[in-house]
Design a binder for this molecule. Structure first.
Ligand SMILES: Nc1ncnc2c1ncn2[C@@H]1O[C@H](COP(=O)(O)OP(=O)(O)OP(=O)(O)O)[C@@H](O)[C@H]1O
Length: 328
């Protein structure tokens, strides 16, 4: 591993699907450190989920992949399927949007929590149950749920159980795909607080995919902004949200409701992201960018100091962002 503390290192990841005009992921670079929460944000269809799934080689059939992915130093794309299975059962775990889809409705929660640990790690029943109790406490639930069935519990409780289950193997990396989207706002906030406690207590690195910038700001240390399969900007959450440097980040922020001004009229981003049948030359955001110049259409900007924009050095987007909002 090139940096000892990184639990996930993605370099130059490109993914091509059949019958498309361009790669669905194109040169993605992203890292997650130990005990770090990293958010991956962007509009629907930008490639967030595919990036997350690629980390565990959960790829669509016939996808062609280039680049490198390392989890805790191990090369995911070249490892054997046996090693990959062990990695998925141990070093890295995934949490999806809908907890009900992840839990067998016919099994008690206790069995759900302990069965993969018993099978994959040959751990004795008592030890697995002791670990399940410890993790239930860590996610704020009592042992009582061990004997309950999924239908007896709320969506928020089930998502806590899914998170407890993901932690059973003591993973170094937790991959979360919109884990709070199906939950109400209060429960959402509880799950966010829970993930923050978990990374402190267990040192787990978390990659958190969301299209909700407010959530990303609340939870993450660093943020990666994705557009049309490319990372257009990344950096510490405070500076990225306080002073965005890519026009797309600024546009996303301008279209996000703010706590301090929830009734302010939001500036929707005009136009649509390019679909996979559109070939792209130049900057992928050029067709929708208010600051576009000829060079943007002709030449693809490479990331420099965390931002891929030809005009990053001259634009002051935080000021423009305020101007884009009007009280309504
Ligand atoms: N298995 C697949 N086969 C074909 N196309 C796919 C497949 N999975 C995803 N895609 C396409 O790849 C693009 C990126 O999808 P992805 O799910 O990664 O986006 P996303 O940013 O996570 O969006 P959302 O927030 O809606 O989940 C989309 O255009 C999607 O239609």
């Amino acid at each position: 591993m090139s940096v000892e503390t990184n639990v996930l290192e993605i370099e130059g990841l490109a993914l091509h699907l059949p019958r498309t005009a361009r790669p669905v992921l194109n040169g993605v670079d992203l890292t997650v450190g130990a005990a770090e929460i990293v958010a991956l944000v962007g509009e629907s269809g930008s490639g967030k989920s595919l990036t997350l799934r690629a980390a565990l080689r959960l790829l669509p059939r016939q996808a062609t992949v280039r680049g490198s992915i390392r989890i805790a130093g191990e090369d995911v794309l070249t490892m054997t399927t046996t090693r990959l299975r062990d990695l998925r059962a141990g070093t890295a775990s995934m949490v999806f949007q809908d907890p009900r889809a992840a839990i067998n409705p016919l099994r008690r929660i206790g069995d759900f929590l302990t069965e993969s640990t018993r099978t994959n790690r040959a751990v004795a029943d008592e030890l697995a149950t002791a670990r399940a109790r410890e993790l239930l406490a860590a996610v704020g639930l009592t042992d009582r749920v061990l004997l309950q069935y999924p239908h007896e519990l709320s969506g928020g409780m089930l998502q806590r159980i899914v998170i407890a289950s993901a932690l059973m193997s003591d993973p170094r990396l937790l991959l979360c795909d919109e884990p709070t989207t199906a939950l109400d706002v209060t429960t959402q906030a509880e799950i966010v607080a829970l993930l923050a406690r978990i990374r402190r207590r267990f040192g787990t690195g978390v990659l958190f995919v969301t299209h909700d910038l407010g959530l990303a700001a609340a939870i993450s240390d660093r943020v990666f902004v994705m557009y049309a399969g490319r990372i257009v900007e990344h950096g510490p959450a405070d500076s990225l949200f306080g002073a965005p440097r890519h026009p797309y980040t600024a546009a996303l922020l301008a279209s996000t409701p703010r706590l301090e001004a929830p009734s302010a009229r939001l500036a929707a981003i005009s136009g649509q992201p390019p679909d996979l049948h559109t070939e792209l030359t130049g900057c992928p955001f050029a067709a929708r960018c208010p600051y576009v110049i000829d060079r943007c259409r002709a030449e693809r900007p490479e990331p420099e100091e965390g931002v891929a924009c030809h005009r990053a050095g001259e634009l002051v987007l935080s000021a423009l962002l305020e101007g884009d909002r009007c009280d309504g």
